[in-house]
Design a protein around this ligand. Structure first.
Ligand SMILES: Cc1cc2nc3c(=O)[nH]c(=O)nc-3n(C[C@H](O)[C@H](O)[C@H](O)COP(=O)(O)O)c2cc1C
Length: 388
């Protein structure tokens, strides 16, 4: 068994183990992938202030997100088709999150259903909602999430229309994979993935198949998306969904201070500064670069979370020290899952926890609540000065 010391180690194993189609699906951004790349590289522009001779005993990474205790300010982001990266992937990731004491967010586009995950876990998880044209279906999804005791609804706002990722089109991405000559040739080299997948509880979209009438091609994500995601979603509709849910609501995909103010107006419990991991609007700012202006606009009135580009505990530290109350990892946990199933997700969380803990200590801080911008060296004009 190789020694895993960083998220990149998991990524290397993941790449070897999982069919190319699903590796490419995760490891892509839209169009030129500029935003996808900068989501991570912009973290490198921020430096940490090393401080010494500070008592570092009794440290803790424990914190809270939307009033819930978390062992570190890191949740698992909603990731569609997680159950194609590894058999029963959502169940395994949810169990790893529960064991580690961080929130798990189940995607609408998951393979394991809401009920599958509820049955396999003991603590409430969060459910991510995509709004669909079929409002009855959306209502039923909300009711299913309620019945499963989900403790927050994460409404994704940045995918009314799908960003183009070249590789998915070229690979003919689908769940389960369509057996073309190219796919079969690749699957022949991924035996362990395939054998496990034969025993999986499900191999298609568990929240959709069997719950919606008249889907023309449920196996084809692109076609289904084009048909079903609601292009008319607006703030009034968001307010109505919030009312229907009645519990905690997190609005995901905010990248602009004006939208953050609207989110505040509809009464979000938290917002996630996110560009969907660079998978939607290519050419948009990285999340970490967009964070300061959003914090300035609404940071004292609503909890601000961040995702996109986080690959280490140092990235988490930078986002939290800048003012985010919590962060999410998408690809970083997918690498672990694809590499080694539940154990791999646990390893990804352990790696990030250790990096966060040690970096915090070397910055002279003992607790997450002690973190502030004072530990960061942020270049002047990091947020940019844009012409109006
Ligand atoms: C393969 C993949 C699938 C995703 N599917 C969803 C989804 O179904 N719903 C959603 O709200 N976000 C989805 N996202 C976006 C993630 O929730 C999150 O915003 C993003 O992964 C954060 O960037 P990171 O991967 O760099 O951590 C997906 C991301 C990836 C990589």
């Amino acid at each position: 068994m190789p020694v895993i010391t960083c998220i990149d180690d998991l990524k290397r194993i993941y790449e070897r183990r999982v069919p190319r189609m699903f590796y490419d699906y995760a490891e892509s951004g839209s169009w030129t992938e500029q935003t996808f790349r900068e989501n991570s590289s912009d973290f490198d522009d921020i430096y940490l202030r090393q401080r010494v001779a500070v008592d570092m005993s009794g440290r803790s990474t424990a914190s809270q997100m939307i009033g819930q205790d978390v062992s570190m300010p890191v949740a698992l982001a909603p990731v569609g088709l997680t159950g194609m990266q590894c058999a029963d992937g959502e169940i395994k990731a949810a169990r790893a999150a529960e064991k580690f004491g961080v929130p798990f967010t189940l995607s609408t586009m998951s393979i394991n259903s809401i009920e599958d995950v509820a049955e396999a876990t003991t603590k409430p998880f969060w459910f991510q909602l995509y709004t669909m044209r079929d409002t009855d279906y959306v209502s039923r999804l909300i009711e299913r999430a309620r019945a499963a005791n989900c403790s927050a609804l994460v409404i994704t706002l940045d995918l009314q229309i799908l960003g183009q990722r070249h590789k998915d089109l070229k690979n003919g991405l689908s769940a389960p994979p369509k057996l073309t000559a190219k796919t079969i040739a690749n699957l022949m080299t991924k035996w362990s993935w395939g054998i496990e997948m034969l025993g999986a509880k499900r191999r298609n979209f568990g929240n959709i198949v069997g719950h919606v009438d008249g889907i023309s091609d449920a196996a084809n994500l692109g076609a289904w998306t084009a048909e079903q995601f609601d292009p008319t979603l607006d703030w009034d509709k968001i307010a109505k969904i919030k009312e229907q849910w009645g519990g905690k609501v997190i609005l995901k995909g905010i990248l602009d201070a004006e939208d953050a103010k609207m989110a505040l107006k509809v009464g979000a419990d938290a917002i996630i500064v996110s560009n969907h991991g660079g998978r939607q609007l290519d050419g948009a700012l990285s999340s970490i670069r967009a964070l300061p202006s959003i914090l300035e606009a609404v940071g004292d009135q609503v909890e601000v979370h961040l995702d996109s580009g986080i690959r280490s505990g140092q990235d988490v530290l930078k986002a939290v020290a800048m003012g985010a109350q919590g962060t999410y990892i998408g690809r970083a946990f997918v690498y672990g899952l694809g590499a080694m199933g539940q154990k791999g997700v646990e390893t990804a969380l352990e790696v990030i926890h250790k990096e966060l803990d040690v970096s915090m200590a070397l910055c002279g801080r003992q607790k997450v609540s002690d973190l502030d911008r004072d530990i960061l060296l942020i270049p002047e004009n990091f947020e940019g000065r844009w012409q109006s």
